[in-house]
Structures are given as C-alpha cells and as structure tokens.
Design a binder for this molecule. Structure first.
Ligand code: NAG
Ligand code: NAG
Length: 362
C-alpha cells in the first residue's frame, strides 16, 4: 500500500524523468560519475590515489565498514535507488561479464573522474567518463551474448542512465593553478570545451542504446569546505558557484538540442543547485547544525579526505559535509528527499526550438 501510494504521488507530481524512472519496478540503472556516486570501483584500481577504502569512510554504512563510497554512509544514488525500490547497482569492476547481475544495472562511477581525460591527473588512476562509456560498451556486448541482440537493445533503450560529472573538471583541473587547462583556456572556452565533449559522450551513449538520461547538474561547489578555505574568510567563493550555474544552464541547452535531434531521446537535467545551497545557508531548517566545515575537520586545499587519524565530529548527522568535498549520509538523504518532493527540481527540457536554438558545436 505504501509503495502504491508512493508510486501514485510520484506519478502525479514529478515531471517525465521520474515518471519514466518509476515506469517499471524492474528499472535497470546504469550510473556514470565521480566520487559522488562511486560505490567501490576505485578499490579495484591498484594505483589510484582517489580512494576511500579505509576508516572512517563507511562508518555509518551497513556494517560500519568502508566500501569505497566517499562518505560516511550512503551516496545520493544509493538513496534514490532505495526510494525507487531497486538495489543500488554494484561497481562494474566488482563484476565478471559472466554475472547475470549485469542485466540488472551497473555502476561505472570512479572517484576523481571528469568529463575530460586530463581531469584528476594526479590521482594516477581513475575511469574518466570516456573510460566509463567504454566499460558500458563491453557490458552491453556481454548482455547481448547473454540474452540476444533484440532483448539487449530493448534493455538498453529502457534503462535509465544517471550521469554526474563536472565537479572534478573544475576543482581538480581548471581551478588548480599548476595544471595546463587553467592556463590554456578562458572560463568560457573551458565551458565550451566541456559542453562539446559532453555532446560527443552523450551521443556515444545514445548510439549504444541510451534514451533516458538524467544528467545531474553541479551543486554550489564554491561553498564546499575545500573552496571556503581558499577565500581566507571562510566565505563561499562566488565565482566558483557561478561556474556551476553557467555549466548547468549550458548543459540544459545541450540536452534540449539533443532531444530535438536524436529520435526517442529523453535527456533531462536534475538540478539540485538551489536545494543544496538552501541546505548550506539554512542548515537548521533541515535538522542540521553545521554546513561551513567538515565533520572530519579536514578543511584544507590539499588532500581534504577523511584519513584514519582524522578527529570526527561528535554527531555526524548534524553536519552537511563529511570531508572537504563530500556530503554526509544525512545530507545526501536530505537532498534526495527534496529531489523527490519538488517537481521543479527535475527539469524536462522540451525540444521546442524557440526555447533553445541548437548550440553551434552540435
Ligand atoms: C580520452 O582518451 C581516449 C582513449 O585514449 C580517447 O579515445 C578519447 O577521445 C579521449 N577523450 C577526450 C575527451 O579527450
Ligand atoms: C544527533 O543530531 C541529530 C540531528 O540534530 C539528533 O536528532 C540526534 O538526537 C543527535 N544525536 C546525538 C547522540 O546527540
């Protein structure tokens, strides 16, 4: 009954992206992203420095053990899957291509990854968005071997593709003074490079069968602890927040254009910028107390991960940030709650031409 009610409420209040997600309880999810959605892929990358397979990561997860998630408990993806009544897809690198599990969804996300290959270069090993699409390509070939071409095509057309990248392209690339991209490109040139690259990547996914794509927009990155310390006064860096706003608006236009050009494409932006900013500005409204520093007390511009010798805050559910980059389990739950409750958060760009002329790179 509760499940039925939830389905009805969701169907009535949310725009097409949620409606399409909940259309079948057997929804298959493919997840592409960075440390915000990694559920353990980097544990398998021997030389990766973007790892969270040690305490206190996972301290609030099922058995209190680290899993490779970059938070104390669940990622936002875990919580959204749970709300949809489906298991959170397992990490690609934990699976054999013979496993039937690949028919039920796979998570390709990798901490440190970006839209651009050169993003997160100093993490040595990670799966960039392009690498993750290649992993999906192999997965699809394995699915086809298992169930045949027609059924595989149908599965891939009906699956939902969650895509979330961009934070690292700014935080661990463009904004790092010693890396080339920040020297080579102006703000606008860099944004256009990202959009041009995403355009190719989403077209490649479409070519592999993806139709229902939910692109998770950037949050107010200028307010995460690692950026606040750069301000010298602990304030949010407004110019960094502006990069996120510009990125989200450019991605929206791209998705509109892709929907208009690619038959059957239903690509939408899940834009949680405003709700995350509200959580940070008014933590008390959501039952939080601290949103300006991290629970692990690792607010530095270098590192910023919650190492085993970190001193944790006394109450992890009162903090919005776990380490210098990533929200706590409690914050992920609060954000997921709002994403589900607010019909305006998931924008379903309409392909109407007057809304957005096709951007030139297409
Ligand atoms: C990233 O590297 C792969 C493999 O070398 C290449 O095919 C791809 O075009 C590169 N992508 C970008 C965005 O440079
Ligand atoms: C931790 O904080 C939450 C939210 O403010 C509160 O409900 C809970 O009682 C606190 N727990 C402890 C042990 O203080």
């Amino acid at each position: 009954m509760a499940a039925l009610m939830a389905t009805v409420i969701i169907a009535l209040t949310l725009t097409i992206s949620i409606a399409m997600v909940t259309a079948a309880s057997s929804t298959v999810q493919f997840v592409f992203g960075d440390s915000l959605t990694d559920v353990g892929n980097n544990n398998f990358l021997r030389y990766s420095l973007a790892k969270s397979n040690y305490p206190w990561y996972g301290v609030d997860y099922l058995n209190g053990q680290p899993t490779g998630r970059f938070t104390n408990g669940r990622t936002m993806g875990d919580i959204i899957s749970a709300k949809l009544g489906i298991p959170s897809p397992p990490p690609y690198l934990s699976l054999s291509m013979n496993d039937d599990a690949i028919l039920r969804g796979v998570n390709f996300a990798s901490g440190g990854a970006g839209i651009l290959n050169e993003t997160g270069l100093y993490f040595i090993q990670k799966l960039s968005f392009d690498d993750q699409i290649t992993c999906f390509e192999k997965t699809k070939a394995a699915i086809t071997r298992k169930i045949g071409k027609e059924a595989s095509e149908k599965l891939c057309n009906e699956a939902v593709y969650y895509v979330g990248f961009g934070s690292n392209d700014y935080l661990n690339n463009f904004l790092q003074p010693f890396l080339a991209d920040g020297q080579l490109y102006t703000d606008n040139e860099f944004l256009e490079l990202l959009i041009l690259t995403i355009n190719g990547q989403l077209r490649r996914l479409y070519g592999l069968g993806a139709r229902k794509v939910v692109f998770h927009g950037l949050g107010p990155m200028g307010c995460i602890p690692s950026q606040r310390v750069r301000s010298g006064t602990g304030e949010c860096l407004e110019e960094v927040n502006q990069y996120a706003l510009d990125f989200n608006s450019r991605v929206t236009k791209l998705l509109v254009a892709l929907n208009a050009k690619l038959p059957g494409a239903q690509m939408t932006l899940a834009d949680s910028y405003d709700i995350v900013l509200d959580l940070i500005n008014n933590p008390g409204r959501y039952g939080f107390k601290v949103s300006t520093t991290s629970c692990c007390n690792v607010d530095t511009t270098v590192g910023g991960l919650c190492l085993p010798n970190s001193r944790l805050c006394s109450n992890r559910s009162e903090y919005v940030f776990w380490d210098a980059y990533h929200p706590t389990d409690a914050a992920n739950a609060a954000i997921a709650e709002r994403i589900f409750a607010d019909p305006d958060i998931r924008q379903a760009p309409s392909p109407a031409p007057e809304l957005a002329p096709a951007p030139s790179p297409l």
